[in-house]
Design a protein around this ligand. Structure first.
Ligand code: NAD
Ligand code: MLT
Length: 317
């Protein structure tokens, strides 16, 4: 049951498009305002009297944004990655940061698998070619996934779901993640290896890391040079984990056979060397863009916002 808020209606700023369920959960006793969070000139003044701000991944809630929000009690990230929120600066100001860490993991995992299969079978390029009126079969010869080695970089929630789904293709699963319990990997039939070994052995490589100071640039030119020639790489985690220029060079030379990419170092991104190559499958950060994931993420953080505005304990969403 929703507990009514006391006092004047707090301003809740919605800075990105969120599921319709968000408004229902936020209720009628808050004042909803909308702003385009990617437009800094609009965002900063809009934060001036906001008690809560809700974002996805495109809005930067950095120290400057927090300084512009003296009444802010809670930043709600309707999704997983917190790399667009300066959590340390928020904490210093006494502003709570909430996210929805399991809301979109299934969608993100399914998208990574979709990119992997689409890259292996060159589906978008073949689709474009047929729509352009050409019937080419030999130009789009792909590779099978079955009996190959799949390397998962980051065996967290999404990496594990990807591993479970790809296990159905009878692959050998290896993973690099220094922080994971070896027992969990064994349960999933995944052999934990070093990053060097993973790069050497994988036929398919899929990245599921958060974007942190430690992970940015983890896979660059030097790492790509050590992979099997023709490896297929998927990044549906965060831009910048795989160096984009190095990846484009490796795709052009054939060192990387194909890549499925959902995320970019700078977003929105409409101009990348990756978009000019025939052996890439690219999507505009769609990993969490399903009805189900958006509904779960929006509902979870809207509940957390209400609790925060009531001054209540906010459990993990
Ligand atoms: P998670 O925290 O469950 O898993 C991340 C894993 O990475 C953890 O197991 C952790 O131990 C590991 N890790 C951290 N630093 C590492 C390092 N330096 N080397 C190796 N492993 C390291 O997170 P998750 O739910 O699996 O999500 C992963 C990321 O996917 C999120 O942080 C987010 O950025 C991204 N994501 C993208 C989309 C999308 O729309 N494309 C959707 C959801 C999540
Ligand atoms: C996430 O980290 O949850 C994803 O990037 C999805 C999103 O924000 O849209």
């Amino acid at each position: 049951m929703t507990v009514p808020l006391s006092g004047p209606a707090p301003v809740v700023l919605i800075a990105e498009e969120l599921a319709p369920s968000v408004l229902e959960v936020l209720g009628r006793d808050v004042e909803i305002r909308q702003v385009d969070g990617t437009d800094r000139a609009a965002l900063l003044p809009a934060l001036a009297d906001a008690a809560a701000v809700l974002v996805r991944s495109a809005t930067q809630i950095d120290a400057e944004a927090l300084a512009a929000a003296p009444a802010l009690k809670v930043v709600a990230r309707a999704g997983i990655g917190l790399d667009n929120v300066d959590v340390a600066a928020a904490t210093e100001r006494g502003v709570m940061v909430v996210n929805a860490p399991t809301s979109n993991i299934v969608s993100a995992a399914e998208h990574a698998v979709a990119l992997l299969l689409a890259a292996a079978r060159r589906i978008p390029a073949a689709d474009a070619s047929l729509r352009a009126g050409t019937w080419k079969r030999s130009a789009f010869t792909g590779v099978e996934v079955t009996d190959k080695v799949v390397g998962v970089v980051g065996l967290g929630r999404i990496g594990q779901l990807v591993a479970q789904r790809l296990a159905a293709f009878d692959v050998t699963l290896i993973a690099y993640d220094p922080y994971i319990q070896p027992g969990r990997a064994a349960q999933l039939g995944v052999r934990m290896v070093s990053l060097e070994e993973l790069l050497r052995e994988a036929d398919f490589l899929t990245v599921h890391l958060p974007r942190t100071a430690e992970t940015v640039g983890l896979i660059g030119a030097a790492e790509l040079a050590t992979t099997k020639r023709g490896v297929i790489l998927v990044n549906a985690a965060r831009g910048g984990l795989v160096d984009e220029a190095a990846l484009a060079d490796a795709l052009a030379s054939g060192q990387v056979g194909a890549a499925g990419i959902d995320v970019y170092a700078t977003e929105p991104c409409t101009d990348s060397p990756l978009f000019q190559l025939p052996n890439t499958v690219v999507t505009p950060h769609l990993g969490a863009s399903t009805t189900e994931a958006q509904d779960k993420a929006g509902t979870a953080v809207a509940h957390s916002v209400r609790l925060a505005l009531q001054g209540e304990f906010v459990p993990d969403a």
